[in-house]
Design a protein around this ligand. Structure first.
Ligand SMILES: *[C@@H]1O[C@H](CO)[C@@H](O)[C@H](O)[C@H]1NC(C)=O
Ligand SMILES: *[C@@H]1O[C@H](CO)[C@@H](O)[C@H](O)[C@H]1NC(C)=O
Ligand SMILES: *[C@@H]1O[C@H](CO)[C@@H](O)[C@H](O)[C@H]1NC(C)=O
Ligand SMILES: *[C@@H]1O[C@H](CO)[C@@H](O)[C@H](O)[C@H]1NC(C)=O
Ligand SMILES: *[C@@H]1O[C@H](CO)[C@@H](O)[C@H](O)[C@H]1NC(C)=O
Ligand SMILES: *[C@@H]1O[C@H](CO)[C@@H](O)[C@H](O)[C@H]1NC(C)=O
Ligand SMILES: *[C@@H]1O[C@H](CO)[C@@H](O)[C@H](O)[C@H]1NC(C)=O
Ligand SMILES: *[C@@H]1O[C@H](CO)[C@@H](O)[C@H](O)[C@H]1NC(C)=O
Ligand SMILES: *[C@@H]1O[C@H](CO)[C@@H](O)[C@H](O)[C@H]1NC(C)=O
Length: 348
């Protein structure tokens, strides 16, 4: 009895062990075929990228830029900058992605992508329900990309920065659970999120090329995102203006990056001093001059302050000693003097 029991258990254990070891090596035939089609599409008509993706090699989980789950399903594809630069615009056939039902991360940045291929002129309902991170930055997409965002119902991070979007950005097709949106580097004048991702926590609007009043309109748009904790507004042309009221409604903001703007010290700190939820403030290279205004000391949750590469002078205000949470302070490339009374900044 005992002997036969042992004999029957051992093969079962061996089978389970060998299954677990074997599965990650191969990958689903249909996913492998789709990867090869994707390679052909990225290389169309005569590119030479992804040479290691070959028909004869069944172990596609070991191919460059491919990650799989332990069950051998493709979960991550890192295909940024794959398409050769001299090739023409790339139109992606979204149907190629249908076999990747477990795909969580898809990077397609910097591939001259200009849009999707329409399949015989009919709108095909297309879903990638598991996809959480989609990077389409540095391509040639225009505003029409916005109407396809409902394909990705689980999306948490979307990067469509540095494309050809412009004017009004209507995010109503964008999944409501989106957490981070990268919209940098465009002629954007307004963002509308009604029916879309109003619970966004991170928004990047760096290097927006709009000027003057259209930039004020853009800032008003921020009122649509009351739960923002991270806001990137670096590399814009603020030209010393006061930031709008909508800005002050961002009661949960923890990180504000205004680096590489032209700011006016007295104006900017009038606004910022009210944003007491801030933990990180970046004012790198902002043409700030004169003394550092004491309004800064109202930011009593501040942990990380970067005001390097400005033209600030005089003594640091003694009230900085009240910023007991401060852990990092970058004052380099200014003309600031540190008074003895600031010795209590012992957390730094
Ligand atoms: C692709 O074809 C074009 C035009 O025929 C040629 O100029 C280019 O060098 C080719 N590229 C590659 C990678 O073979
Ligand atoms: C946007 O891109 C799509 C796909 O390339 C194109 O069909 C459409 O004409 C473009 N729209 C504009 C306004 O350029
Ligand atoms: C897109 O890909 C699907 C699946 O491979 C294929 O059936 C379809 O013909 C392709 N569409 C175009 C326009 O190439
Ligand atoms: C923004 O718009 C201006 C004028 O319409 C145009 O010259 C410029 O190329 C655009 N910039 C981008 C990044 O689209
Ligand atoms: C903001 O977050 C709070 C707390 O998680 C939530 O109750 C509220 O609905 C959120 N607001 C939006 C617009 O999603
Ligand atoms: C808003 O987002 C936060 C964290 O990103 C999450 O905990 C919360 O449940 C969300 N609230 C709603 C109403 O979606
Ligand atoms: C900002 O945009 C300009 C023009 O669109 C570009 O030349 C520059 O490199 C961008 N800056 C950054 C930091 O990406
Ligand atoms: C900065 O703002 C103050 C107060 O609004 C104003 O008096 C001053 O002229 C501004 N300085 C510059 C350089 O714009
Ligand atoms: C610190 O804050 C308290 C209360 O706001 C204030 O009375 C005190 O003067 C501040 N300390 C310094 C050194 O400014």
């Amino acid at each position: 009895m005992g002997l036969s029991l042992h004999i029957s258990i051992v093969p079962v254990i061996l089978m389970v062990v060998s299954l677990q070891v074997w599965l990650p090596l191969g990958c689903l035939q249909e996913e492998r075929a789709a990867l090869l089609q994707l390679k052909d599409s990225l290389n169309y008509p005569n590119g030479t990228s992804l040479p290691s993706w070959t028909k004869g090699d069944a172990h596609c989980c070991y191919w460059e830029s491919v990650e799989c789950s332990y069950t051998g399903r493709v979960t991550e594809l890192y295909l940024g900058g794959v398409r050769n630069g001299e090739l023409r615009d790339w139109y992606l056939n979204a149907s190629l992605f249908l076999p990747f039902q477990e795909l969580i991360t898809l990077y397609l940045a910097d591939n001259q992508m200009a849009g999707w291929v329409e399949n015989k002129g009919v709108y095909q309902p297309f879903k990638m329900n598991k996809l959480e991170h989609l990077d389409l930055g540095y391509n040639r997409l225009n505003n029409s990309i916005l109407s396809y965002l409902d394909w990705f119902s689980s999306l948490k991070t979307l990067d469509i920065s540095y494309n050809r979007l412009e004017g009004l950005i209507d995010l109503k097709e964008c999944p409501s659970n989106l957490e981070a949106l990268y919209l940098s580097g465009k002629n954007i004048t307004k963002v509308v999120a009604l029916g879309g991702p109003t619970n966004l926590s991170a928004l990047y609007l760096n290097n927006i090329t709009a000027y003057g009043s259209s930039f004020q309109t853009l800032l008003q748009s921020l009122g649509a995102f009351p739960n923002l904790t991270t806001l990137g507004l670096g590399d814009n042309d603020l030209r010393g203006r006061i930031l709008g009221d909508a800005f002050l409604n961002l009661k949960n903001l923890e990180l504000l990056d205004l680096s590489y703007n032209t700011l006016n010290s007295s104006n900017i700190f009038q606004t910022i001093r009210i944003m007491t939820s801030l933990k990180t403030l970046r004012l790198w290279d902002c043409s700030l001059n004169g003394q550092l205004p004491t309004g800064l000391c109202d930011l009593n949750h501040l942990e990380d302050l970067d005001i390097s590469y400005n033209d600030l002078s005089g003594f640091l205000p003694p009230c900085l000693a009240n910023l007991t949470s401060l852990q990092q302070l970058d004052l380099s490339s200014n003309h600031l003097k540190i008074p003895m009374s600031l010795s209590p900044l012992y957390n730094l």
